[in-house]
Design a binder for this molecule. Structure first.
Ligand SMILES: Cc1cc2nc3c(=O)[nH]c(=O)nc-3n(C[C@H](O)[C@H](O)[C@H](O)COP(=O)(O)O)c2cc1C
Length: 191
């Protein structure tokens, strides 16, 4: 059994693809247990995209942030309750906080405390390049947005952190988890 904590922040960009990927992973890996933790701002985003009920139907634990330490995900990460912490999607806001070591929300604090315990941390911040993106807004329309230099630089800062693996697209999530499962399996077999 592989158990991962999956953090969701208040990021509408790619949120539908990510929840779809989460449900697919659950079907593809029956021995994978995913506990979902979402930020206070993700509550509104998930509701607007009609994804909160879908998550609750598919995952046993879907827990809202109360504050930076509740539910006590940082403690669970530090005491080995999870094999990894994956945060996808990550807002520009949480990305900036993580880049500068700020730990004042459940997700950013869990990254900080999990990193200190050397728990594998993977994160996917959609604002990870420069230029324009097409993003789907809650009513289904696609709009164009210009990515900001500051957000790109914050992702670049996180790429330098040895405790965190930055993923560049939704399609990298499954292969990254497959790699992780293999590493955990090899560890269990004493290799
Ligand atoms: C519908 C909706 C979609 C949003 N999409 C994004 C997004 O794609 N990227 C982003 O950085 N922020 C987005 N935001 C803004 C964040 O929710 C906001 O910056 C919030 O403070 C993030 O808090 P968190 O990082 O703790 O989740 C969106 C907000 C709403 C209401």
């Amino acid at each position: 059994m592989v158990r991962i904590a999956w953090g969701i922040t208040g990021c509408g960009d790619k949120i539908e693809d990510i929840v779809k990927t989460m449900v697919e992973l659950k079907e593809e890996y029956p021995s994978l247990e995913v506990h979902v933790y979402y930020s206070q701002n993700a509550r509104m985003v998930l509701s607007l995209y009609n994804l909160l009920d879908l998550l609750k139907e598919n995952f046993e634990k879907v827990l809202p942030e109360a504050n930076a330490n509740a539910p006590f995900l940082p403690g669970k990460l530090q005491t080995g309750k999870y094999d990894a912490f994956l945060v996808a999607p990550v807002t520009a806001n949480s990305t900036a906080k993580i880049a500068y070591g700020i730990a004042d929300t459940l997700i950013t604090n869990s990254v900080a405390q999990g990193a200190k315990a050397r728990v594998p941390i993977l994160m996917y911040p959609p604002d990870n390049r420069l230029g324009e993106i097409d993003t789907i807004i809650p009513d289904g329309r696609t709009i164009k947005l210009h990515l900001r230099d500051v957000d790109y630089k914050n992702v670049a800062t996180i790429r330098q952190m040895e405790e965190i693996d930055v993923l560049d697209s939704v399609s990298e999530i499954k292969p990254a988890l497959k790699d992780l499962f293999e590493k955990l399996e090899n560890k269990d077999n004493g290799e």
